[in-house]
Design a protein around this ligand. Structure first.
Ligand code: UDP
Length: 334
């Protein structure tokens, strides 16, 4: 058994995966450029600060890492994940999410690193024909973000054909919540995600939360998303590593709860959990938001034995609220 290289391990989902993998006794090295990630979230873990998209340097950084130590699986979380930003600045998304990923795969091929787990997304599906969404649903992404994630899924197929690198694509639905021990959580700058924004409003850090669209074809008119606790997501990666090490074939898995909540239901949950009021402002739709995204994760459950433990939205929100109360301004900047 070799070590694990975790790209983006200082970020939100990556840092939770590192924590869970560490608890299993894995030897881990994190590679992160700290553009989005936080040094504080990697406390006690070997951290290499490098940018995968820095083509002048990254090849030699990865070669040195792979030659110094035996890595048998790479977990690739690094990348940008803001839909709106990707529409405004697609070049950045192709350079980082595709170009940076290719630098990684090329270095893996050069150095004989045989397996990779990729953080993909439900945004690769676009507007679904049917919900819950199964893995073989057509992938028709609506944004540059979704297209760059799909492009890298396709690259993984070709690197398997040419170099035998086996992969798992985990297609995340809406990652939410924070580590129950209170030391890790969600800190995006600027924050765009619903649950931390509603928590900020409950804490009085912002005057209100905007509800993006109330005229969707859903029961209360607001968008429905499948919120999955970040520790449950992280735990799926442990199972993914085990599966690849045992010889599993390359494949894709949805990771969600199979149950959706509307934006207004999320606001109500934060009010219940925090015991505070939240002002909700109705605003127009955000471009590119499908009305409803709900996963079928049956395949992950059947094949990997994945069983999420945070089943209720309030339980997920409780951990997000706890983190917000401890770190109202997020991690320290150092
Ligand atoms: N949303 C909202 N107000 C906000 C942020 C998000 O109404 O300030 C909605 C958004 O339109 C979507 C849902 O909340 O339907 C979840 O959005 P988020 O950005 O958290 O995740 P995404 O679904 O974009 O990955």
């Amino acid at each position: 058994m070799g070590s694990l290289l975790v790209t983006g391990g200082a970020g939100y989902v990556g840092s939770h995966a590192v924590r869970q993998l560490q608890c299993k006794g894995e030897k881990i090295v994190v590679l992160d450029d700290l553009s989005e990630g936080h040094r504080q979230a990697t406390a006690g873990v070997d951290l290499v600060v490098a940018d995968l998209a820095d083509t002048t340097r990254i090849g030699s950084v990865l070669d040195e890492l792979f030659q110094k130590e035996t890595f048998d699986v790479v977990l690739h979380f690094a990348g940008r994940a803001y839909v709106g930003e990707s529409v405004r600045d697609p070049e950045r998304y192709y350079r980082i999410n595709v170009g940076g990923g290719i630098e990684l795969l090329s270095a893996m091929a050069r150095n004989g690193v045989p397996r990779i787990i990729f953080s993909s997304t439900c945004a690769t599906y676009g507007e679904p024909d049917t919900v819950p969404i199964l893995e073989d649903h057509p992938q028709r992404p609506l944004s540059a973000y979704g297209r760059t994630k799909l492009a890298f899924e396709l690259a993984l197929k070709d690197f398997e054909i040419a170099h035998g690198i086996r992969h798992i694509n985990f297609r995340y639905f809406n990652a939410a919540g924070a580590h129950p021990d209170g030391t890790l959580g969600e800190d995006h700058r600027p924050e765009t995600h619903l649950i931390p924004l509603v928590c900020d409003a409950a804490l009085g850090l912002r005057p209100a939360v905007d509800i993006f669209g109330t005229d969707y074809p859903t029961p209360d008119g607001t968008c429905i998303r499948d919120y999955i606790h970040v520790v449950d997501l992280a735990d799926a990666h442990i199972l993914g590593v085990e599966a690849l090490r045992s010889g599993a074939s390359s494949t894709s898995y949805n990771l969600g709860m199979g149950h959706g909540y509307s934006v207004l239901e999320v606001v109500e949950s934060v009010k219940r959990v925090s015991g505070r009021d939240v002002t909700a402002r109705h605003t127009p739709r955000r471009p590119g938001d499908p009305p409803s995204l709900v996963a079928s994760s049956q395949k992950a459950s059947d094949e990997l034995g994945w069983k999420p433990s945070f089943k209720d939205l309030d339980d997920i929100v409780k951990t997000a609220w706890q983190f917000k109360q401890s770190y109202p301004q997020g991690y320290s900047k150092t």
